[in-house]
Design a protein around this ligand. Sequence first.
Ligand code: ADP
Ligand code: MG
Length: 363
Amino acid sequence: MPIVSARHLKKVFQQTLAVDDVSFDVEPGEFVTLLGPSGCGKTTTLRLIAGLEECDFGEIHLNNRLVNSPAAKVYVPPEKRAIGMVFQSYAIWPHMNVFENVAFPLRLRHVPKATIKEKVNDILKLFDLHELGPRLATKLSGGQQQRVAIARALAVEPSVLLMDEPLSNLDAKLRERMRVELRSLQRRTGISTLYVTHDQAEAMILSDRIIVMNKGKIEQIGSPEEIYQKPLTRFVTDFVGGSNIIQLEVTATEGPLLRANSVQSHQQLLCESSPGAVDMQRSRMALVRPENIRLSTQKSAPEDMNIWPGRVESMLYVGDSREYDVKVGELLLHARTPPDVVFQKGDSVAVHFAPKDVILIET
Ligand code: ADP
Ligand code: MG
């Protein structure tokens, strides 16, 4: 039984259709992320689950209880939904010490003093904050403050934790560390989590499943691997990782391989036909990730390899890799190579990529 079940959610603000027929589940213990560009409806979706907004259409169940349904005239307010929330501005209380910050929601609920002490100490220990209990919250680092905010959200033992871009106020270094920490905290506590971010790397690292949103709608739901390796739409491919897009014409299958013409590059393209995933005959677009393209001076290659003649347009050294733009016909391909693959602007190169690394999409 899912902890969160959202069905056909719709939310309109004046003229804006912020959330448009959104359905998903969060299973017990699962970390699910809403990922998408600014304005795509992530925060509104999260606020609907929290009860900070009422949906115009659809149904939300939390723990198998109906908490919002306009048709059934049901709306349960946030404080009665057993949720924990952490936002971008995590707003811990500056005049309270760490212990009191975490204890506060329990005091509001009139939990007995002795129980509060025990519970708060347990959770501070779990979050590696027990030595900081007496410290004023404002005397903590950004990362520690964020941990206090999460500890406070979990103190009331919610059935689901909702987080909206909780790391985006931290500097880049700390943000990277906190991702790893957040992940391990979530795994240790086993708390079902619905997380919002516009940062694809963050979503990849943290999530069991990612929901990619665009213009209020869901584009794809899948594990980080599925979203990256088998994107179903052009939007997902572009948003997650970036890619080379190759327009195709006239497709024909020959055994396990699909042969197509790329008009822009004046070349033939081979891709593996994986039955079921995409309708080959309808596919008019192929994608190749920059890291799956190899560059060499080699002219010939095995029959079952794509090898195209190109010319280096530009090269950027970025320390752990090199970023190349290579022109093949009228097609500009982006390649990411190890740093020891060195070519200069104007060099003739062979562009290799394997048929298995070509992703076909229908749209
Ligand atoms: P995200 O979190 O993905 O950036 P939001 O859910 O905040 O997106 O917003 C989705 C769309 O709904 C945007 O076009 C935004 O301008 C609009 N929107 C969100 N909240 C309101 C509101 N309270 N009133 C009017 N429009 C809103
Ligand atoms: Mg938002």
